[in-house]
Design a protein around this ligand. Structure first.
Ligand code: ATP
Ligand code: LTN
Length: 326
């Protein structure tokens, strides 16, 4: 059995891109591996957060993990700030990282925009992420391609420490989520669907009701050709809708192209609304069931206890190797 670790930030608007690109694959991994899934609330305070909203989003994301199929009996599901060893290990890793390598992180460069008043936590963000991973002796980290640079940094730091103090860390591998699962924005199909895009109709959030789903799909950008055909370059809008249709229905894109031959975009979109609504209904229903039930805090408490047990063991070894403590 391999140990798998991944984290998602507790921000609002978890969308079908996050679902198809991340959560669905997390669920598939949990049967053959020992999975540890984390809601990384300490990462989200690298940018300003409203405290009440942060707490609400943390619980929402935890309930979404469970509603999409993460079983807290099979996997460890917990909130990062509940296990203090993440911050403790991050400090040790910070002392073994270079400011030069952190300066090269593209996410930092994008988010700080060169400002002198960018929070230091935004700069050290990848180190906290490395601590998340190394704390659990992780073998495999399923993440989107955008996280590749952070995974490589985590490996570099772990290898560097092991060269000095052998056997300190398990070296993890990234498992980059399938490209085909990349969902694009509904209004600007050359950009990825994103939590932070301003236009609400650019995405379908997992908890959207039928009306919102209908509005977003019916208004989605297409083209003037009128043929339902997959062609990312010439027809990014229709290609994206075909990807979503295929992912939710399990019907291959080639078969869908045949099905809609000689039929207009209107009919295709109407069917896609139905397929999407049907796919999201059970997730929304399960979410509503879990979100305000005792099941959620119970699962998170049990998850944090199990995570802490592993984390404490790792820290004992790491601190021992570094000569920290008495
Ligand atoms: P933002 O757009 O605000 O940066 P995000 O929507 O990219 O946020 P993250 O929290 O960065 O969300 O991503 C969580 C997971 O979802 C990651 O593993 C990422 O690869 C995946 N993911 C995000 N957007 C998409 C998308 N459009 N299609 C497929 N997977 C996605
Ligand atoms: N940086 C990641 C979230 C994240 C993560 C992790 C992913 C934090 N810690 C550890 C994998 C493993 C993101 O923004 N998607």
């Amino acid at each position: 059995m391999k140990r798998v670790f991944s984290g998602v930030q507790p921000t609002g608007n978890i969308h079908i891109g996050n679902y198809l690109g991340a959560f669905k694959q997390f669920v598939e991994l949990q049967n053959e591996n020992e999975c540890v899934y984390c809601i990384v609330d300490m990462h989200s305070i690298t940018v300003p957060q409203d405290p009440a909203e942060l707490k609400n989003n943390t619980l929402n994301v935890a309930a979404i993990y469970m509603a999409t199929g993460i079983d807290p009996k099979k996997s460890i599901l917990f909130v990062q700030s509940e296990v203090k060893e993440h911050a403790e290990l991050a400090w040790i890793l910070m002392c073994n990282s270079y400011t030069g390598e952190l300066s090269r992180m593209t996410q930092f460069k994008d988010k700080s925009k060169g400002s002198e008043s960018a929070p230091a936590g935004l700069f050290t963000y990848p180190i906290l992420m490395a601590a998340d991973i190394l704390l659990y002796d992780t073998d495999m980290v399923p993440v989107g391609n955008d996280q590749k640079q952070h995974i490589e940094l985590c490996r570099d730091i772990a290898i560097r420490v092991n060269n000095k103090l052998s056997g300190t860390f398990v070296i993890p591998d990234g498992r980059y989520l399938k490209e085909g699962a990349r969902v694009m924005s509904l209004d600007e199909p050359d950009k990825k669907m994103s939590k932070s895009a301003e236009n609400e109709l650019s995405r379908i959030s997992l908890l959207d009701d039928e009306n919102k789903i209908k509005k977003a799909i019916m208004r989605a950008t297409t083209d003037s050709e009128g043929t339902v055909r997959f062609d990312i370059k010439e027809k990014p809008g229709i290609s994206n809708l075909l990807t979503i249709y295929s992912a939710f229905s399990g019907v291959p894109i080639k078969t869908l192209e045949k099905k809609y031959e000689g039929r207009g975009y209107g009919e295709f979109k109407k069917d896609l609304v139905e397929i999407t609504v049907d796919a999201l209904r059970p997730i929304r229903e399960r979410f509503n069931e879990i979100r305000n039930s005792q099941e959620l805090p119970d699962a998170l408490e049990e998850g944090a206890d199990k995570a802490r047990a592993i984390a404490e063991k790792t820290m004992k070894r790491v601190k021992g190797n570094f000569g920290l403590g008495v």
